[in-house]
Design a binder for this molecule. Structure first.
Ligand SMILES: [Zn+2]
Length: 347
């Protein structure tokens, strides 16, 4: 597969830097004509998307998880196609919301920002992340007020947020990585270094090269308000995301949202109030990983308190992700994902 071609550019940059360093005689006794076989050893990897980075300074000090709306009048959102990791989670009335992670991707515009739910913090704490939102349910405020979470809420700290023109409230609240970082600095939240950030297991270059397309060209997730579909794009070797039948666009990128890994997590929920708000525990369960045409039944957990782990449902071995964009889909087990093989078979 050609997956690695698009990820190697930063590695090449690192190789060029190394070459110029050697050429300047920085290595002392090193042969000035020595050319490293690749930039791999000098580069580091983003723990969330497996992208090669030039240096540890390529990440942005904090992991922010921004609550981005996906209900009526929310599309097109900005920066969901750029997040280091994107999680879609059910909220009330059949609608969903995104938890968009930003670590080495640091967009100037992120939104529309909406309120938090208490079960979002099941994920936030595992990544030592800062939850970014505008308001929240009563249960969410219970968590914020009674547990040591890192949190930036527009209701109490409006500085990092702005209302944009051309959109009606509440669909017009946006933020940026830079403004969030300034707010986190002021709050004295500790930075999250590359070593501190929980990392997914990624396939190596050799392992990714050996993969052959598994034939799954389409995956459907029957969310009640906006069903989601992923369709294989053969030329780009990635899945394109469809929301309620249309290509799901990112307004900031002016591109469709894509995924190299789609991870389905089955999570049961119960309704807890007259608004239809939900209670759920995003802690462990069954699921499915879609990756390069392969649909792999998995189990998953967050039991070590260090982010998500995925295992092959058959033999319990750790399942690795393709370097690139991962979208995690939290969905009720009575709304099973369905996939289609290129040859027309279904499951
Ligand atoms: Zn990244």
């Amino acid at each position: 597969m050609k997956q690695w071609l698009k990820l190697c550019l930063t590695g090449v940059t690192a190789a060029l830097l190394l070459m110029s360093f050697a050429a300047c005689g920085g290595g002392g006794e090193e042969d000035a004509s020595y050319v490293p076989d690749s930039g791999e050893k000098a580069s580091v990897t983003c723990p969330l998307d497996g992208e090669r980075l030039d240096s540890p300074a390529s990440v942005g000090d904090y992991v922010f998880i921004v609550s981005i709306e996906n209900g009526p009048d929310s599309e097109p959102q900005t920066a969901i196609g750029e997040a280091d990791l994107l999680i879609e989670v059910p909220v009330e009335a059949g609608i969903t919301r995104f938890m968009a992670f930003f670590y080495h991707h640091m967009p100037d515009s992120i939104g529309p920002v909406r309120s938090a739910r208490h079960y979002f913090y099941d994920v936030v704490n595992g990544y030592d992340a800062i939850m970014v939102h505008c308001g929240g349910s009563e249960q969410a405020y219970n968590v914020i007020e009674n547990t040591p979470v890192k949190d930036i809420d527009e209701i109490s700290l409006s500085g990092p947020f702005r209302r944009v023109g051309g959109r009606k409230a509440p669909h017009n609240l946006y933020t940026s990585y830079k403004d969030l970082r300034a707010a986190a600095d002021k709050r004295g939240y500790g930075a999250v270094s590359l070593d501190d950030c929980p990392a997914f297991s990624f396939l190596t270059e050799a392992e990714a090269d050996e993969l052959t397309f598994g034939g799954v060209s389409e995956l459907s997730l029957p969310y009640r308000y906006k069903p989601v579909r992923y369709e294989w794009d053969e030329s780009a070797e990635t899945y394109q995301r469809y929301s309620d039948g249309h290509l799901h666009m990112d307004e900031g990128l002016d591109e469709a949202v894509t995924a190299d890994n789609v991870v389905v997590l089955y999570v049961s929920s119960s309704v807890i109030d007259s608004e239809g708000r939900l209670d759920m525990d995003i802690d462990a369960g069954e699921g499915l990983l879609l990756q390069y045409g392969r649909a792999i039944p998995i189990t998953w957990d967050q039991q070590n308190g260090r982010g998500f782990s995925f295992y092959d449902a058959e033999d319990g071995s750790a399942v690795k992700l393709l370097p690139g964009r991962t979208i995690i889909q939290v969905i009720s087990p009575d709304r099973k994902a369905e996939y289609t093989l290129s040859g027309g078979g279904e499951d």
